[in-house]
Design a protein around this ligand. Structure first.
Ligand SMILES: NC(=O)c1ccc[n+]([C@@H]2O[C@H](COP(=O)([O-])OP(=O)(O)OC[C@H]3O[C@@H](n4cnc5c(N)ncnc54)[C@H](OP(=O)(O)O)[C@@H]3O)[C@@H](O)[C@H]2O)c1
Length: 271
């Protein structure tokens, strides 16, 4: 019997879509979920793939998709987005909005699949975090907070459910060439509004390009790491791109103060 995998956020061109393609090619029974079926692209006609609608912010939508999919062996919590801007220009509702998709959403899915996995004493949960899941920077405070929260939940879950034969893994991409940047919800300076933070915004945008002079990684690269975590699963955390490895290594080797100084020098930040 092929293993069943449910993946959230499989819109064409993204990491979830690439993971669905790779897992289907390996013979998994893939439930590729999207908020809007029209965005599933070629997955609609792909072998071994069933496209389901699922909005991680809606409990009824999560319940309906899980009921349609049946027993799930592997859950890939991939859906996510970023609210982008300076913290002073954010509201509590912005923070809630960010957590609704990036934290409460994956948690809903985890709660949905765990009882079945526990009874079958078998399962894999893969949560797609980010380099921002361990290292926060200017302007991504809400997003980083959501990914740190996702990492904390994942770490606790690993300790609690390993006992039942369930593995938990975190995937940490750096920059990846998807619609993620275009899908960001921009606030304040980031949205082009008049702002005290406009100068910092422009410095940080330029810094992003300096960090990835050869361009961002392709979604296939991250999808291959997801497949590796599912099939081999010898690590808890999987940095998934070269820039993520670079940042983590630098962060590990330095104190907070050294890291900030090196980052400012490397990226030319005067703010
Ligand atoms: N690209 C990067 O640089 C990068 C770096 C680090 C981590 N990541 C993480 O990687 C994951 C995938 O992102 P991506 O790069 O593939 O970006 P993407 O192309 O924008 O894909 C994000 C996916 O999440 C879906 N989504 C958003 N809100 C949702 C909701 N409420 N319910 C269900 N699905 C929802 C989107 O659906 P719609 O198409 O309907 O909006 C889309 O399918 C995210 O968790 C992201 O945080 C990305």
């Amino acid at each position: 019997m092929p293993k069943s995998v449910l993946i959230t956020g499989c819109s064409s061109g993204g990491i979830g879509h690439a993971a669905a393609v790779q897992l289907a090619a390996k013979g998994y029974n893939v439930f590729a979920t999207v908020r809007n079926a029209a965005k599933a692209g070629d997955l609609a006609a792909a072998d071994n793939v069933t496209v389901l609608e699922l909005d991680v912010r809606e409990q009824t939508s999560v319940d309906a998709a899980l009921a349609q999919a049946g027993d799930i062996d592997v859950l890939v919590n991939n859906a996510g987005f970023e609210v982008w801007g300076a913290l002073e220009e954010m509201t509590v509702d912005d923070l809630k909005d960010q957590f609704e998709t990036n934290v409460y959403g994956p948690f809903r899915l985890v709660l949905g699949v765990l009882p079945g996995m526990r009874k079958r004493e078998n399962g894999v949960i893969v949560n797609v975090s980010s380099v921002a899941g361990r290292v926060a920077g200017p302007l991504n405070g809400l997003y980083a907070a959501s990914k740190w929260a996702l990492e904390a939940l994942s770490e606790t879950l690993k300790y609690e459910v390993g006992h039942f034969g369930i593995r938990v893994h975190i995937i940490e991409p750096g920059g990846v060439e998807t619609a993620f940047g275009a899908n960001r919800r921009l606030v304040g300076a980031a949205a082009g509004e008049e702002s005290l933070y406009a100068e910092m915004f422009s410095q940080w945008e330029a810094a992003g390009q300096r960090l990835n002079p050869d361009g961002a990684a392709q979604p296939d690269v991250v999808a291959a790491v997801i497949v590796d975590a599912i099939e081999n699963g010898d690590k808890f955390r999987y940095p998934a791109t070269q820039d993520a490895e670079f940042v983590f290594n630098a962060r590990k080797a330095m104190t907070d103060e050294q890291f900030e100084q090196a980052m400012r020098q490397q990226l030319g930040l005067t703010w």
